[in-house]
Design a protein around this ligand. Structure first.
Ligand code: HEC
Length: 315
């Protein structure tokens, strides 16, 4: 049985799965059927439960013959992991009703004891998760095995904070499996799922209309980079609320000290009962802004970026 997932290099910049071999691009002799080594024999057919308590087998029901995105979450995570869910929400928004039809999204709980189907449903309501995206829980050992088979470092309920926040996207039928970072642009992820993986064949890729055409980067500052990769999935500027409040004029409406501390350690401010933070959290469906682990200098760069926008908007 194959012991490692081989990454097929679809495009430049694909992150290598740990310890994975890059495939030799061996030409297939005409007429030969190339066997997909990442099929039933590789992926365990363990039984999982979805948010409605239905039983799904990992190979047969979750991935067989499908284009999928898979990530691992736990619903009480307060550090960086809410960012994954927020990013995937945007991917779901871009792909629209193709999710559940052409593309299937799955989030698997790393803390199955705590994350009962009911808890998963509550989490989905907090984020307003739409149809076609299934949350799964199961036996702790099975979930660890799945992490390893998907090329991720396995964690259990004792070291959840070290969990790998990457997404695995793949097409089971063609054996293409790719690991992407949680900080990736949602447009690129949507493009990968909705176009490249779906139609994968060497001549299908170029020239087609691409989801990634949207959202070009013009500002090259570090502050914008951080905003785009760490904040934008939950926040908008001047377009109305997303998961969190719209940030237009925030550098004018909040004192600088409050803003920097909030962006750096919202979890501690909430724990200390900061009145502004507590009131905001109640207003945003009790979805807590995550502690993104930013350094002080990075926080200042994000604030500088937001201040530039506020100043430009005021002109
Ligand atoms: C997973 C979603 C998420 C991410 C990622 C996120 N936030 Fe938030 N943010 C929220 C939510 C939700 C609130 C509302 C307060 C609460 O519920 O904790 C909030 C509140 C805020 C506020 C207070 C707004 C006000 O009206 O006073 C600021 C400022 C803010 N976020 C900035 C940021 C910045 C900057 C980043 C990126 C470095 C970021 N947030 C990343 C969800 C998020």
């Amino acid at each position: 049985m194959a012991s490692r997932l081989i990454l097929s290099v679809l495009m430049a910049g694909v992150l290598a799965l740990p310890g994975c071999a890059r495939p030799a691009a061996a030409p297939t002799p005409a007429g030969a059927v190339q066997e997909n080594p990442w099929g039933r024999n590789y992926f365990p057919n363990v039984v999982l439960q979805d948010q409605d308590g239905r039983e799904l087998r990992f190979y047969d029901d979750v991935i067989a013959g499908k284009v999928v995105s898979i990530n691992f979450v736990y619903t009480n995570c307060t550090d960086i992991c809410p960012l994954d869910t927020a990013q995937l929400l945007r991917v779901q928004g871009i792909l629209g009703d193709r999710v559940g039809r052409d593309v299937h999204m799955y989030s698997i709980s790393l803390n199955p004891e705590r994350d009962t189907p009911e808890q998963l449903r509550r989490f989905m309501r907090t984020y307003n998760v739409g149809p076609g995206w299934t949350f799964l829980t199961g036996n702790a050992e099975d979930v660890q095995l799945l992490q390893r088979r998907l090329g991720l470092r396995a964690v259990d309920e004792n070291n959840l904070r070290q969990h790998d926040t990457s997404f695995i996207v793949g097409n089971e039928a063609t054996g293409q499996w790719i690991k992407r970072s949680a900080f990736e642009s949602p447009q690129l992820l949507a493009d990968l799922l909705g176009r490249q993986l779906l139609n994968f064949s060497p001549d299908a890729a170029p020239g087609r209309q691409s989801y990634s055409a949207a959202g070009e980067v013009t500002d090259r500052s570090r502050g914008y980079y951080l905003y785009r990769t760490r904040c934008q999935s939950c926040h908008t500027y001047g377009e109305g609320d997303r998961l969190g409040p719209d940030l237009a004029d925030i550098t004018k409406s909040r004192p600088h000290a409050w803003l920097s501390r909030w962006i750096r350690e919202p979890d501690r401010m909430l724990a200390e009962g900061d009145p502004t933070a507590t009131a905001l959290m109640a207003r945003y469906r009790n979805l807590a802004m995550p502690n993104l682990g930013l350094r002080e200098s990075e926080v200042q760069e994000v604030i500088d970026y937001l201040r530039r926008r506020d100043e430009e908007a005021a002109r």
